[in-house]
Design a protein around this ligand. Structure first.
Ligand code: NAP
Length: 283
């Protein structure tokens, strides 16, 4: 039987790191939570919450922890895993929450007595930072995991822990993860941005004075961090270019239906989209 996870370090106490900490504390106030963040104000806010220790650099962390959750910006994940693997002693689970997996790289999987489990909660908001974090953001969310090779009992231990926290765990290979999140997250982000920029490009029409719930709901993610957006666009370029090419074809087709006032084609298309969207949201 494996020991329970009791001591957890979170690296990067922003929206996702802070929300995870809140969820963990809500789940079990006796868990020992340690935090690392480069931002002084964030460290102050975290210290005032329920962390047992908050540090500037991961080298200050105790060398023995059960689990480290890497919640830094995407481009820092690989170097953070490597630095942690050099610093920690004793078996530890290392995991991340990065929105892309392929670029982190498979050489990191299972090293010494540490196992790295790529993970990704399918939840968030368009905001950033510890102040915007809250357990409710992650509560009951889908949580994507990429099982490591070779198989590890630590993986089962972590997957079980996530389930106990209320997450709905789904397993995917690294490649399938990046292709799926391209369509489920990154592409909708680009379309939201294009909706805003297309409306904005139509000079002289006072659309901003009349926007309401439809525009707000459709474009919410366009308010996400441009740093995150640029990272995922470039990191998932191939899948996004494929999705964009499909969309360009569909836009041309739809435009043709509009030009020819093809009621049947338009209604069939809109009905199909409504049915598909409703089915997808039920999963
Ligand atoms: P965030 O709110 O900007 O949080 C990132 C935090 O990490 C900030 O406090 C940042 O400090 C800190 N940080 C930067 N470099 C660090 C370092 N070397 N050591 C320790 N801390 C460091 O961003 P987020 O939205 O939580 O995103 C974090 C990760 O979650 C990303 O990998 C992203 O792909 C993933 N993710 C995000 C969402 C979402 O909806 N936002 C959803 C799922 C997954 P500074 O502010 O000083 O840079």
């Amino acid at each position: 039987m494996t020991a329970p996870i009791r001591t957890i370090a979170i690296i990067g106490l922003g929206l996702i790191g802070g929300s995870l900490a809140d969820l963990l504390h809500e789940h079990d106030p006796d868990l020992v939570l340690l935090g690392v963040d480069t931002d002084a104000r964030t460290r102050e806010l975290a210290k005032a919450a329920w962390f047992s220790g908050v540090y500037t650099h991961l080298s200050e962390l105790p060398q023995s922890v059960d689990l480290v959750w890497i919640c830094t910006p995407l481009e820092l994940i690989r170097e953070t895993v490597e630095a942690l693997s050099a610093h920690l002693q004793g078996p530890a689970i290392l995991t991340d929450v990065g929105s892309l997996k392929g670029r982190i790289g498979s050489p990191l999987l299972s090293r010494d007595n540490h196992v790295f489990i790529p993970g990704h909660p399918m939840a968030g908001t368009e905001k950033t930072g510890f102040e915007a974090s809250a357990a409710v953001i992650l509560s009951g969310a889908k949580y994507l995991l990429c099982p490591p090779t070779p198989a590890s009992p630590q993986y089962d231990r972590f997957a079980k822990f996530l389930t106990e926290l209320g997450f709905r765990v789904k397993e995917l290979s690294i490649q399938a993860h990046d292709e799926a999140v391209a369509l489920a997250s990154h592409f909708p982000y680009i379309m939201a941005c294009l909706t805003v920029s297309s409306a904005d490009a139509q000079a002289g029409i006072p659309y901003a004075q009349v926007v309401s719930s439809g525009f707000r709901d459709t474009t919410r993610v366009a308010s996400a961090s441009p740093r995150w957006g640029t990272e995922v666009c470039l990191g998932n370029r191939d899948a996004l270019q494929k999705a964009l090419a499909t969309t360009v074809n569909q836009i041309e087709e739809f435009s043709h239906w509009l030009a020819s006032a093809d009621t049947t084609a338009i209604e069939r298309f809109l009905s199909h989209c409504r049915k598909t969207r409703n089915e997808v949201m039920d999963q």
